[in-house]
Write a protein of this length. Structure first.
Length: 380
């Protein structure tokens, strides 16, 4: 990676319409022909989509190999081909922006945020991020989900089971910013038997990247946790559950299954089964008495997260174009937990007239704004 002396770079693509010529053709020039929809994809009535997707995927692979990031800024009242070009940003860690026109204030503000600087006057971005994962022998890496590509380095802690981009313990992100996040999954190795009681499992993340000033930097993060018997010490397992992180991870897994299997209803059924298994494992209830069910305090919000995820634009394509679906899923696979949860379940923020904006804690407030919409509720 560094031996090839790859230097980071950004390629910014401003798209005002779909491609109508060449191998990346999205739709023909004939105005009678409509651009593909989700209904056309389901019927396999997409004469250009597969060829164009392969072409852009090949470009994305070449760009990622050379450490170049591709950003796509799409501004049009109709689709421009983000569905076919989605690999360009996902493989290279680039940004994807969807707007109605380049001249709008919202687009200009979004574009300017890309060049935001920190207190030292440096752009908030790094290039050629190389993430390596090491772990104790009881833990095996199954894969990663996020804006990255595999470097195909298989170490002793790599599992035969793959989830997302698997078969390796090293991934490359062509660029990263403070909110770029990778989801890395592990499994307990069955070859090692039951982990030792009272022992510790450790995971180490080694991140190397090229700073904006051209220097090479290395960051090492090491985590260690006690092993707990999932039968005898179920309460210790439950105490380590983070419902927001779990919801964000489940959302990425569900989107990945939807992208690879292309079976929306099956993904929804899988989410339902996983929620039922969680309730059976950690819920406290009496048989034949639905009113007796009770979750631990750090589990109580998880069912409603799944409720909103099942109905979100990440899994439901009704009333969305393929370009919009690609945009939403790209954002979910790239953003951190906080931003992901806002997209899955919008928060309710309060804006007191005499104070700074704060998260509403169910205290009477004079003004409420729901999510990112323009709906305003007044309170007396």
């Amino acid at each position: 990676w560094y031996q090839r002396r790859v230097r980071g770079a950004r390629v910014m693509l401003f798209v005002g319409g779909p491609g109508t010529q060449g191998p990346g053709m999205i739709v023909s020039e004939d105005l009678k022909e409509a651009i593909r929809s989700h209904h056309d994809i389901d019927k396999n009535d997409v004469p250009y989509m597969k060829k164009a997707s392969r072409f852009y995927e090949g470009l994305a692979t070449r760009a990622a190999k050379n450490g170049h990031t591709i950003d796509i800024f799409s501004a049009a009242l109709h689709q421009t081909g983000l569905h076919e070009m989605r690999h360009l940003t996902m493989f290279t860690g680039g940004h994807m922006v969807l707007a109605d026109a380049f001249a709008t204030t919202l687009f200009k503000q979004s574009y300017q945020m890309l060049f935001a600087k920190n207190e030292k006057g440096e752009h908030k971005m790094g290039f050629n991020v190389n993430v390596e994962v090491k772990s104790t022998r009881e833990l095996k890496v199954t894969g990663a989900l996020g804006p990255c590509v595999s470097l195909a380095r298989k170490g002793p802690n790599v599992s035969d089971t793959e989830l997302g981009i698997g078969g390796t313990n090293v991934w490359q992100l062509c660029s990263g910013d403070p909110t770029t996040t990778l989801a890395i999954f592990f499994e307990v190795s069955s070859q090692q038997g039951t982990p030792p009681a009272g022992g510790r499992g450790a995971v180490q993340f080694i991140s190397q990247y090229q700073h904006i000033n051209g220097t090479k930097r290395i960051r090492v993060t090491t985590l260690a946790r006690h092993w707990a018997d999932p039968v005898a010490n179920i309460q210790h397992v439950a105490a380590g559950f983070d419902q927001e992180v779990s919801a964000a991870l489940m959302a990425r897994i569900a989107v990945n299954r939807n992208e690879t299997d292309n079976d929306g209803p099956d993904v929804l059924r899988w989410l339902d089964r996983m929620l039922i298994r969680l309730c059976q494992k950690f819920g406290d209830f009496n048989k034949e008495d639905a009113g007796s069910f009770k979750f631990p305090d750090n589990f109580t919000l998880y069912p409603q997260f799944m409720f909103h995820l099942r109905r979100s634009q990440f899994l439901q394509v009704f009333n969305n174009s393929p370009d919009e679906t690609a945009y939403y899923r790209h954002k979910l696979m790239k953003e951190d937990v906080s931003n992901s949860m806002i997209m899955i379940q919008p928060y309710l923020y309060s804006y007191p007239l005499t104070d700074l904006p704060s998260l509403c804690s169910w205290i009477p407030c004079p003004l409420f704004l729901i999510g990112s919409s323009l709906w305003t509720l007044s309170s007396t």
